[in-house]
Structures are given as C-alpha cells and as structure tokens.
Design a protein around this ligand. Structure first.
Ligand SMILES: Nc1ncnc2c1ncn2[C@@H]1O[C@H](COP(=O)(O)OP(=O)(O)OP(=O)(O)O)[C@@H](O)[C@H]1O
Length: 259
C-alpha cells in the first residue's frame, strides 16, 4: 500500500497536518505560543530554531505525549490529535524517531526490521507466523534504502551510531507511517554518514510526508532543496520559506544563525 494513501485518513484538502493556534503552558511558561503550521501531503519540511524554541514540545503535541493547553491539532481533516492517545496516534500513521537510537542491540539488523513489521498493529496476526515472500521483499527493499544491505545478519549493537540511526529509520518505514517525525537525525554522525542520510531523506521525499528537526544547517540545506523551512522561536513561527529566504531573513540571523 502506498504510504501516502492509507485508508481512513482524509487528506482531500492536501494537508496531512494542521496545527492551529497551539499553546502549551508549563506552569504559566508558554513553551508553544499560538503556533500555526500546516504540512502538505508528501512534503519534506525542515524545522529549525534555537534551543528552547519549542521544537521538541511541538513533536510531543503531534504524537500525543503532551496535551496542548489550547488550540487544535489535526492529522488529515479527520483525526483530532488532542483527543487521541499516543498509541492511537501511532496506529493512525504518525511515526517518530527520537534523537537517540533505540534499536534492539542483541538482535540482528534483519530481526530488528522484522520485529518492527510485526509490531505494526495492522498485521498483528502474523506475530508468530513465518514471513511471506512479500514481507521478505519489503525488508530487502528497506535494507537497501537504509544502506544496510549486506549487513542484515550483524547484531544491531555492533553498528556505528549512524547505521543505528538508519536502522531505526528503517524500522519506522516498515510500519509505513504517513507522517514521519525525525528529531535531529544527524546529531553525532560523521560527515560521511550525514551526507548519506541526506541522500536517504531525498529518496524518501514525496513518498512520505516528513518533518525533520535539525540544527545542522549544511544538512538542512541538502534536504530542504526548494521546499519550505520553518523557523521556530519562543514557541511560534518566526519565519517560513525556502532555505535561502530564511537564511537571509534579518530576524532569523538575529535569533539563530548569527552574524
Ligand atoms: N515538561 C516541561 N516542563 C517545563 N518546561 C518545559 C517542559 N518541556 C519543555 N519545557 C521548556 O519549554 C521550552 C521549549 O523546549 P523544547 O525542548 O520544546 O525546545 P527545543 O526547540 O526542542 O530545544 P532544543 O533545540 O534544545 O532541543 C524550553 O524553555 C524548555 O525548558
């Protein structure tokens, strides 16, 4: 099934995520302050901004980890995220990768992908069943995509930091989420690994809707291409536009990029 078209999600208006006037207060402090942000189906959106801008809190709202104090968050037109549990949101098709990889280190690369597929609630009856050839093909395709073909029998614990991150992206892909949230995917990676991750994300462009939070501006430039970059500051959108536009924006230079 095409990950952009899962049954049940209504994206007829073209957007996959709508955040409208979202505020999140922690004891009166507004980590998110009347935030408005839409993501289109198939878009790769980069989110940048200084420490404490509210990027992680925004992802927590989208995945149901944190409830907004006010405002609305919709996945497609029909899923009201504020009314759903984290489990229901994951099941509905929003996948998140945290900054630190959380692969099963005592299992092989292949087994990690297999487990990710079997944890997919839509195919649960197959938990103890042998893989079908279609499922094996899917794992093979993802192994190639995440540049770990030929490494499928290695223990995940023996992979480099970058490879673990790719494996975790592969585990997300196994579940065919329609919206993928990636929190600082290249933090701690070597330059070569960062470049390969940019290639990987460019290959995923258009096949999934993706939101990437990242501080590495070289990487953001590689993956943003002509798409939109959103700059968060003090819990709101400070600027939005192509990378060259936001990089030239005086307010963005002042609060984030520096002179
Ligand atoms: N549970 C919480 N209780 C109180 N304050 C919080 C909580 N979570 C986040 N904050 C505060 O909200 C603000 C936004 O934090 P958040 O982690 O969302 O920023 P960020 O943009 O992800 O930063 P970074 O780039 O450092 O990851 C920060 O000032 C943070 O201290």
């Amino acid at each position: 099934m095409n990950a952009l078209k899962r049954e049940g999600l209504d994206t007829t208006h073209g957007a996959i995520l709508y955040l409208s006037d979202i505020t999140v207060s922690f004891d009166g402090f507004r980590a998110i302050n009347k935030l408005n942000l839409d993501i289109s189906v198939g878009e790769l959106r980069c989110i940048i901004g200084p420490n404490g801008a509210g990027k992680t809190t925004m992802m927590d709202v989208i995945t149901g980890k944190t409830r907004p104090t006010s405002g609305t968050a919709f996945f497609g037109q029909n899923y009201d995220l504020a009314k759903m549990t984290e489990y229901e949101i994951a099941h509905a098709g929003i996948g998140r990768k945290f900054q630190r990889p959380t692969v099963f280190e005592q299992h092989t690369v292949f087994e990690n992908l297999e487990m990710a597929m079997k944890m997919d609630k839509r195919v649960r009856p197959t938990l103890f069943a042998r893989l079908t050839s279609e499922q094996e093909d899917k794992i093979d395709a993802i192994l190639r995509q995440i540049r770990l073909n030929g490494q499928e029998d290695r223990l995940a614990g023996l992979l480099s930091h970058g490879q673990k991150q790719w494996l975790e992206i592969g585990m997300l892909l196994m579940q065919e989420p329609q919206l993928i949230l990636l929190d600082e995917p290249v933090a701690g990676m070597s330059d070569a690994e960062t470049a390969r991750t940019a290639e990987l994300l460019n290959e995923l462009r258009g096949k999934h809707s993706i939101m990437v939070v990242e501080h590495d501006m070289g990487f953001v430039t590689e993956i943003a291409q002509q798409g939109k970059v959103t700059v968060l500051h003090e819990g709101s959108v400070l600027a939005e536009g192509r990378m060259d536009q936001v990089q030239a924006d005086e307010r963005v230079i002042d609060v984030y990029l520096g002179r």
